[in-house]
Write a protein that binds this ligand. Structure first.
Ligand SMILES: Nc1ncnc2c1ncn2[C@@H]1O[C@H](COP(=O)(O)OP(=O)(O)OP(=O)(O)O)[C@@H](O)[C@H]1O
Ligand SMILES: [Mg+2]
Ligand SMILES: [Mg+2]
Length: 607
């Protein structure tokens, strides 16, 4: 069913035991099992040094603090389950032994969390403990804890969660009720049979832990995987493409891409793997899926990602499939715009790592933030206003969770070639707002089709988006009349009214570096890439899942459509085009683009 190509390694009689076992680690045989050369080890030490300078590693003390918090959470869970059991008329000595556990998953469990990252935790309870109790009595128990702040329950989410700050650490806590009387300390969540007859929400909640454990099991060398993933996560954050909710990739998707690279180069050092990561994924034939193993067919009736069966799965643009049953695509939020932005970044990443590996640049260059504001001439600024920090946290979270729908609406418009959402949420300068309010902004860079006399009216689109967001806020009982959402069309020159001056300075510098880079290194990277890719093995392809043009389908082959925004996203306007002197709010503009605002959420653009 899911074709693999593992013959190359397994046919070699000289393979070591280690290599034979590596064959089973992925969908295909490794590309190279070569051990690192001395220079690769030197580059890896340099990489480690650079990552340390970014202060992403936690100190011993910070790690201990996390352990302490997890210990407290565990005690609370045990106490809560015991009390609840006694309430259900269970004798105290039995209630004492029904157990209950807290598992961790996500980046903390993978061992790649940076300073300030959350802890993703799962509370596993025996069958007499209902989900409703988790969101009621356990929530109240948490509320009583002195160390717990910013407590909020998102019970109706696809994966229901309690979010909190526990003594300075963000916690996302999920709940799963297993159909057993007791939850012993030795419970292993990898057993598929645990899912039998469970409800969907429990299965989804268990999935995070099962996926994390499986990823760790499927990589040949966990330490190398961790260092490589830390580098890739930092790069993705600095380049504005780290966010599952906005349609980029989230932590687990990056982890799977790195894990796949590790499988293909099982003995390589981290520095080599970072380079190979870009080499592989800048050439990947999306929407061929990235798979860490042959999907197993467990007949428990839960929906799995399978484009041969599910029509909607055929429209996923960059499928990266989780390795535990029921397999899911972790990137279902990716749109045409975010896909093209990610692929461009992969290509740029290859160019930079190529320079690093050939000694022409140092690792810092990979982690330089990529310019966003210098890239576009037109922006939509989404302004989020609310009355206090608590409201603002909720309001921002809600708007953010819907933003990708606006992006998809924009990119579907004939006249828009690209809608680029910057994941960073900026605080609105005090000079531009009522200081009593909380006010922050997202920026969407727009590229229009190059057509003379084009009229673009986004009023309805923005209005519809605002309605969707407001309706949802009302439905979940969050809406307050002080929560506002406004959209403005802004030209690049006007950005100084919205952004702190440091942002623009930094972008200017970075743009100049990029210009220098483009002038000097393309030739080298081309040469190196051609020689290393050979004749189109894994690196020029993808897992061999049959596809159809434009979507994944059971029958024919596909070339993913690529986006060319070079005509109007480059530095056409010089760096000086920022109007650094003006402090007045944006007004009607003359020239190429005009803005009309009929309501606070409408934007009309004429080009
Ligand atoms: N789109 C998704 N598809 C499948 N699982 C997901 C998805 N988003 C989150 N998860 C699960 O939830 C876990 C925690 O998500 P989270 O957003 O906290 O990312 P993370 O991997 O912990 O990285 P970070 O360091 O950013 O927190 C993931 O590791 C994954 O198991
Ligand atoms: Mg996390
Ligand atoms: Mg999380």
């Amino acid at each position: 069913m899911w074709p693999t190509n593992t013959s190359a390694l397994s046919s070699n009689k000289e393979n070591s035991k280690q290599e034979e076992s590596l064959v089973t680690l992925g969908m295909t045989s490794a590309i190279s099992a070569a051990p690192p050369k001395e220079i690769d080890l030197i580059k890896t030490t340099e990489l480690e040094g650079t990552l340390s300078a970014f202060n992403i590693f936690e100190t011993e003390q910070e790690l201990n603090h996390r352990m302490l918090i997890l210990g407290k959470l565990y005690s609370l869970v045990r106490q809560w389950i015991k009390d609840l059991s006694i309430k259900c008329n269970m004798p105290e000595n039995v209630a004492e032994n029904v157990g209950g556990k807290v598992y961790t998953f996500g980046s903390y469990r993978l061992g790649v969390h940076s300073k300030g990252a959350d802890i993703d935790a799962l509370c596993v309870a025996p069958k007499h403990v209902l989900r409703s109790e988790f969101f009621c009595s356990f929530y109240h128990l948490l509320k009583e804890q002195r160390e717990v702040t910013e407590l909020r329950a998102v019970e109706e989410a696809f994966v229901p969660v309690i979010k909190m700050n526990f003594d300075g650490i963000e916690i996302d806590m999920l709940f799963a009720r297993l159909l057993q009387k007791e939850i012993p300390d030795s419970m292993d969540l990898r057993d598929d049979n645990l899912l039998k007859n469970l409800d969907q929400k429990c299965v989804r909640s268990l999935n995070g832990c099962r996926v994390t454990d499986e990823i760790l099991r499927l990589v040949p060398n966990v330490d190398t995987f961790r260092l490589t993933l830390r580098a890739i996560k930092l790069w993705a954050k600095k380049h504005g493409i780290y966010s599952n909710v906005l349609g980029y990739l989230g932590g687990v998707s990056w982890a799977m891409l790195v894990a796949r690279t590790c499988q293909l180069y099982p003995n390589a050092a981290a520095a080599t793997l970072v380079y190979k990561f870009f080499l592989i994924f800048s050439k990947w034939q999306w929407p061929q899926p990235v798979l860490l193993k042959q999907p197993v067919n467990v007949s428990l009736g839960f929906a799995t990602w399978d484009p041969r069966i599910n029509v909607t799965d055929r429209y996923h643009l960059m499928p990266i499939i989780t390795p535990a049953y029921p397999q899911q695509n972790s990137t279902f939020n990716v749109s045409q715009s975010t896909k093209s932005i990610i692929v461009e970044e992969f290509k740029l990443g290859l160019q930079i790592t190529d320079e690093i590996m050939t000694g022409k640049a140092t690792w810092d260059k990979l982690f330089e933030p990529s310019p966003f504001f210098m890239k576009y001439k037109h922006f939509i600024v989404l302004i989020i206003t609310s009355a206090n920090p608590k409201e603002h946290l909720e309001w921002t979270g809600l708007v953010e969770s819907k933003l990708r729908f606006l992006i998809v609406t924009l990119e579907r418009k004939e006249v828009i070639t690209l809608a680029h959402i910057n994941p960073e949420n900026y605080v609105m300068p005090e000079t531009q707002r009522d200081p009593k309010n909380q006010c922050s902004m997202w920026f969407i860079g727009l590229v229009f089709k190059k057509t003379e006399g084009l009229n673009v009216d986004l009023t309805n689109d923005i209005q519809q988006f605002t309605e969707i967001v407001n309706k949802h806020a009302v439905n979940i009982d969050m809406y307050k009349s002080t929560m506002k959402l406004e959209a403005r069309h802004v030209k690049r020159k006007q950005l100084t009214q919205y952004l702190p001056p440091g942002v623009i300075k930094r972008e200017r510098k970075s743009s100049m570096n990029a210009a220098t880079r483009n002038g000097t290194t393309v030739e080298t990277s081309k040469k190196r890439r051609t020689s290393e890719c050979g004749g189109g093995g894994m690196e020029s392809g993808g897992e061999k899942i049959p596809t159809k043009k434009g979507r994944i389908s059971p029958s024919c082959n596909l070339n993913s459509s690529s986006f060319d925004d070079s005509s109007n996203t480059t530095n056409e306007d010089s760096c000086n085009s920022f109007d650094t002197s003006s402090t007045s709010p944006p007004t009607m503009m003359k020239g190429l683009v005009k803005l009309t605002q009929s309501t606070s959420t409408s934007t009309t653009v004429y080009t």
